[in-house]
Write a protein that binds this ligand. Structure first.
Ligand SMILES: *Cc1c(COP(=O)(O)O)cnc(C)c1O
Length: 387
């Protein structure tokens, strides 16, 4: 699965003693984003990339031509994305927005604000009135529904129960600066194409009559969320964008706007966390390879409790302990038993000095990691692209 370019670059960083490193394969990202784009009928739905998956500048710039906009989840992300892509359409969501963040969104003219509670709507209305500016919003709904089997169900204070959303109508009635454009829902992560379509149909079945009754100006908008599945146990098993594209186009109606905001499924495959084996030993019957760096730089396998997929790149002139034909647990340099990248990985032969390249490190990797823990040196960031 590793490309020759990524492998060659990994080995040259190892030779230059510059590991660990994140390698972002921008050409692979471009190819993937173009394939996603091609699988979807233009505008049915629009794609807003969820910046929190990976807000790295070159990643955002590479994605920009293939997406309709960017979804941000904080004032920090908002300023960051505006700085990197000044002309991008931006949707601003997330629970617990402060007055400062809402004012920033009003001042920067964010295209859509996803409102998460009646109290937030009241504050937004006051701030828009005080700023003498119009704002366009979607109300975020939290539908109950059956979500077992998903990687992450958004249970908790995300959006509003249908009963609570009803309270927004009277607030809107006395908020002339706030224009209701539609409904937003992001209910779960880790859905395959069919499950995603079932969930989208469920959202539309609730939201269409609700919006029709509320009466809005302009075409109704439905943001159906992100959460398209990726499979860390089987990296080749990618979300079926072609099937999803056909089915979502069939759900679309004229005179309305559908929108999705995927993050992980867009950027995860383009990132590699590459490091090197420092030590190999047996402890209480288990084989361990201790790697330079650790999960303070790639927290993903700890948070999601999976084995991060990996490839071994042997270096020709390594010396030191080796092991052959054993199941090896890959750990980092942290002084905690939780610092595990992958457990009991079958290996042919590994030796101290060999390079370990962890795949699927392009989303919720570096940016969710607690990288100051133990104060090890920061990784390098390398960007591969067409010459
Ligand atoms: C995190 C998040 C997304 C992106 O989810 P992925 O699983 O990365 O696709 C989209 N919308 C909202 C509101 C989110 O919180």
């Amino acid at each position: 699965m590793i490309t020759e370019t990524v492998a060659a670059h990994s080995v040259s960083l190892a030779t230059a003693r510059r590991l660990p490193a994140f390698i972002y394969d921008l050409e692979a990202l471009r190819t993937h984003a173009a394939a996603v784009r091609d699988a979807l009928t233009p505008g049915a739905p629009e794609i807003f990339y969820a910046a929190k998956a990976n807000p790295d500048g070159p990643i955002l710039r590479t994605l920009a031509p293939f997406v309709d906009g960017i979804e941000v989840a904080s004032g920090g992300e908002l300023q960051h994305v505006r700085g990197i892509l000044p002309n991008a359409r931006i949707a601003f969501g997330g629970p617990g927005k402060t007055d400062e963040e809402l004012s920033l969104a009003i001042e920067l003219g964010v295209e859509r604000i996803h409102v998460e509670s009646p109290h937030e709507l009241t504050r937004l209305a006051q701030l828009a009135h005080a700023a003498d500016r119009d704002v366009d919003i979607l109300l975020r709904v939290n539908l109950a529904g059956e979500r077992s089997g998903v990687a992450l169900a958004m249970s908790g204070p995300f959006g509003m129960d249908p009963e609570l959303i009803g309270a927004c109508r009277s607030i809107l009635a006395s908020a002339p600066r706030v224009r209701l454009r539609g409904i937003h829902a992001h209910l779960a992560s880790g859905l395959d194409a069919d499950a995603m379509i079932r969930q989208s149909a469920e959202i539309l079945a609730w939201a269409r009559p609700w919006l029709a009754a509320a009466g809005i100006a302009g075409p109704a908008e439905y943001n159906l969320g992100g959460g398209q599945a990726v499979n860390y146990a089987d990296p080749q098993n990618v979300f079926d964008w072609a099937s999803y594209g056909k089915q979502i186009a069939a759900l679309a109606s004229p005179n309305e706007v559908l929108r999705i905001e995927p993050g992980r499924a867009i950027s995860v495959y383009a990132g590699w966390y590459v490091t090197q084996i420092l030590d190999i030993k047996q402890a209480h019957g288990e084989w361990y390879a201790v790697l330079r760096g650790g999960t303070m730089q790639l927290r993903t396998p700890v948070t999601k409790q999976h084995n991060q997929p990996s490839v071994i790149l042997p270096l020709p002139d390594t010396s030191g302990p080796s092991v052959e034909g054993e199941a090896v647990t890959y750990v980092g340099q942290l002084c905690t038993p939780k610092d595990v990248f992958a457990r009991r990985v079958p290996t042919d032969r590994i030796q101290v000095g060999d390079v370990v390249a962890f795949a699927m490190a392009g989303a919720y990797g570096w940016n969710i990691s607690h990288h100051d823990f133990l104060m090890h040196p920061k990784p390098e960031f390398a960007y591969l692209d067409r010459a």
